[in-house]
Design a binder for this molecule. Structure first.
Ligand SMILES: Nc1nc2c(ncn2[C@@H]2O[C@H](COP(=O)(O)OP(=O)(O)OP(=O)(O)O)[C@@H](O)[C@H]2O)c(=O)[nH]1
Length: 190
């Protein structure tokens, strides 16, 4: 119900929890079946502050662009996995220390490829996994602006195109009536 007509969907997992990535595919992906056919999918590993020193500190605008540059340099080619590899051992959490990262970026990139296949989309003509797989921290703000700005830039052209198409062939909203003294009156635009 929530995905009906969606232009973009953010699928979020927890980088410290292997199961959260597996469940995205097993339980939640089918919930996106009612999204638009041209819907954009972002795959987001949250809680990066718990595993990544770069994401650990709060973000200011300068830090954000610097970190994003580092992020892009580190990006690797997608690696398609046919089955889920064995999850790494549970995090050894100690207050103040970084946790063990359970979900590698390559695993997220591979899942992104499987999402495209599930949607019947061709990987070559779709937006690359690198552009739509993020690691964020809702706590420190790491990569959060970049995530939403990227999605906004990608979704805006399709929203504008649809608005333009609707203007070209306007439809009449039959529900657009006013109640006056118990009588239904057409709105002044009709
Ligand atoms: N360290 C850290 N904690 C986070 C982050 N995002 C959320 N949390 C914490 O994770 C817990 C779950 O956050 P929610 O916003 O409830 O997320 P949810 O997906 O509804 O989680 P569930 O209730 O487990 O389904 C809360 O204690 C949050 O404070 C993050 O980026 N970093």
């Amino acid at each position: 119900m929530y995905c009906r007509g969606a232009a973009a969907v953010i699928l979020t997992y927890d980088v410290t929890n292997w199961q959260s990535l597996a469940e995205l595919e097993e339980r939640f992906l089918s919930l996106t079946d009612t999204a638009n056919h041209d819907c954009i999918y972002a795959l987001v590993g949250n809680k990066a502050d718990l595993t990544d020193p770069k994401a650990h500190r709060s973000q200011d605008l300068d830090g954000l662009s610097e970190d994003q540059t580092e992020c892009e340099e580190e990006r690797t080619e997608p690696q398609v996995l046919s089955t889920w590899p064995t999850p790494p051992a549970s995090p050894t959490s100690l207050s103040g220390l970084l946790l063990h990262k359970q979900v590698a970026r390559d695993d997220a990139l591979a899942l992104y490829g499987r999402i495209l296949r599930y949607k019947g989309l061709d990987e070559k003509s779709s937006l690359p996994a690198d552009k739509l797989c993020f690691e964020t921290s809702a706590k420190t703000g790491y990569n959060v602006d970049i995530l939403f700005e990227t999605l906004f830039d990608l979704v805006l052209p399709s929203i504008l195109r649809k608005r333009h198409e609707n203007q070209a062939s306007p439809t009449v909203d039959l529900e657009d009536c006013r109640e006056v003294s118990g009588t239904r009156v057409k709105s002044s635009c009709c």
